[in-house]
Design a protein. Structure first.
Ligand SMILES: Cc1cc2nc3c(=O)[nH]c(=O)nc-3n(C[C@H](O)[C@H](O)[C@H](O)COP(=O)(O)OP(=O)(O)OC[C@H]3O[C@@H](n4cnc5c(N)ncnc54)[C@H](O)[C@@H]3O)c2cc1C
Length: 496
């Protein structure tokens, strides 16, 4: 197999897939709409400045100049070898680092407490861990789990939501206190919209096998590799994208940035990929500042974009009902660098996951706070003493409106307020020595009930069209682990 493959979308899925195809001898071109590749994995440099880019209010006391951090994904799940194997191939194995062993916390409308480590998704693997946080009544209700028949909460042909499963077996309080913050903070949605089979495969069946949901959650946790559930890269996950691009360059793969694919056309002998890209220097389009249209011929096309573009590009070739609905909304990430020695004690461990509804009860709009300098030692090492990096994220599906359209300044102020509330430490603009907002459009997750079945139908439909392939989080599920494993499977099928 030697024909040309065009990969549409230069996120991690597209880059990993392109690399595997090129290593198998294919002629590969990657077309990426934005100015740089990497998609949700990228870097951000926070430079010295107060909120709104102003000079910090305490300039003399802080030697902070700048720090380069991850703009998006900052870690990967260790439950599968997909990312570690890739990092080893890229020569980055020695730079894989574990996060701090400190706990994460959860903030629900009712309570602020430590996240139990014994289970999954916030579902405790041992009820003894959560007795105090739940209170006696809710704790006794949760214990009913062991006495309920296995069918309770686990039946549903079109899938079962995490909310339904937990409410039915452990009661509303466990759902509100532990599981809703994980659904909101990690998966950006309500537990009632999240498909159990998509985010915790094996959990639903485990109830019958182990006799209770708590025992099933514990078994799933124990089946995971020893050590932390996630790992990162010293210097940031964006180093993986830099290494992928270097490898692609060495393999002779062209990665064309600022090149948006507008349409795919099936031709007699393959595909014509219609792109809108930067204009050629000296051309009429360049003279008038317009972009140019062009066509790239291909034998195979891989759609590895975000969901909105994937749906549009595939629409002429697959039945409309197989295309997953596009989740509305976006994720905004606010990075704050603070000169605040009061945070040296890491009052909330590695950070806090926040349940929807916490805004009404406590005026907190963030869905998660990561205390990055407490979580990753390489971040702490990059800062002057007494300085800290906090990352607060905004935007979830199916919840209250998020401040997504707010200006950067107002988001930074909201983040500073939320950070003070969540960490229990008074924080004012005088503590801020650097701040940056990064926005991710159409980056919300794809784990709603019924999504997996729809993706299976889509893959069948795509399989009927010669030379057409799909990859990326919109089909594989959110998270680097799922995305990398799926991209490599697809590349292997294409080169088999
Ligand atoms: C803020 C944030 C934090 C995250 N944190 C983590 C984490 O800590 N751990 C983890 O495992 N996962 C995390 N994730 C999820 C993870 O980053 C994603 O699941 C993964 O990176 C998705 O990769 P992808 O290649 O499928 O999609 P994307 O990264 O979305 O890449 C798709 C690419 O396609 C391009 N594109 C779109 N349309 C076109 C077109 N028409 N023509 C050409 N190009 C096009 C886009 O510009 C983009 O570069 C996070 C996500 C976000 C947003």
């Amino acid at each position: 197999m030697s024909g040309r493959a065009v990969v549409v979308g230069g996120g991690v899925a597209g880059l990993v897939l392109a690399r595997d195809l090129a290593r198998a001898g294919r002629d590969v071109v990657v077309l990426e709409a934005r100015e740089h590749a990497g998609g949700c994995v990228g870097q951000v440099t926070v430079t010295r400045g107060g909120i709104d880019g102003a000079e910090p209010q305490c300039p003399a006391s802080s030697p902070f100049a700048q720090v380069t951090l991850d703009a998006g994904a900052e870690s990967f799940a260790t439950r599968s070898p997909a990312v570690p194997d890739l990092l080893a191939e890229l020569g980055l194995a020695d730079d894989v680092v574990a996060p701090s062993a400190a706990s994460a916390w959860v903030r629900s409308p009712d309570v602020l407490t430590r996240l139990p480590r014994s289970g999954v998704l916030g579902i405790p693997g041992d009820l003894a861990d959560v007795r105090r946080a739940l209170g006696t009544r809710a704790w006794l209700r949760a214990r009913l789990d062991a006495a309920l028949p296995a069918r309770v909460g686990t039946r549903g042909d079109a899938g079962v939501s995490v909310g339904h499963l937990v409410r039915a077996r452990l009661g509303t309080r466990v759902l509100r206190t532990f599981v809703a913050p994980v659904a909101g903070g990690v998966h950006s949605t309500s537990a009632d919209l999240l498909d159990v089979d998509a985010v915790a495969p094996g959990l639903r069946d485990g109830v019958a096998r182990h006799g209770s949901l708590v025992a099933a959650a514990s078994a799933l946790r124990q089946a995971a590799p020893a050590g932390a559930a996630v790992a990162g890269l010293r210097g940031g996950m964006h180093r993986m994208v830099t290494a992928l691009l270097a490898d692609l360059d060495a393999l002779g793969v062209e990665v064309r940035t600022a090149t948006r694919v507008a349409r795919l056309e099936r031709t007699d002998d393959g595909w014509a990929v219609h792109v809108v890209g930067p204009s050629r220097p000296g051309s009429f389009e360049a003279a008038v500042g317009a972009s140019s249209a062009a066509t790239v011929e291909a034998d195979d096309v891989v759609v590895a974009t975000t969901s909105i573009d994937a749906g549009r590009l595939l629409a002429p070739y697959v039945p409309a009902e197989t295309i997953p609905p596009v989740p509305r909304g976006h994720v905004n990430l606010v990075t704050l660098v603070l000169d605040a020695p009061a945070l040296d004690a890491a009052p909330r461990g590695t950070g806090v996951l926040v349940a929807a509804g916490t805004n009404a009860a406590h005026g907190i709009r963030a869905k998660a706070l990561t205390h990055a300098s407490a979580k990753w030692s390489w971040v702490a090492d990059a800062l002057p003493p007494g300085h800290h990096v906090l990352r607060l994220s905004y935007g979830r599906l199916g919840g209250e409106p998020d401040p997504g359209d707010a200006s950067a300044t107002s988001l930074e102020r909201t983040a500073l307020h939320d950070a003070g509330q969540l960490l229990g430490v008074p924080l004012t603009p005088a503590h801020v020595v650097g701040a940056k907002v990064v926005r991710f459009a159409s980056a919300l997750p794809f784990a709603a009930t019924g999504h997996r079945a729809r993706v299976a139908r889509l893959r069948d439909a795509v399989g009927q069209v010669p030379g057409l392939h799909v990859a990326g989080a919109w089909v594989a599920g959110t998270g680097l682990s799922a995305v990398v494993a799926d991209a490599r499977r697809t590349a292997a099928q294409m080169t088999a």
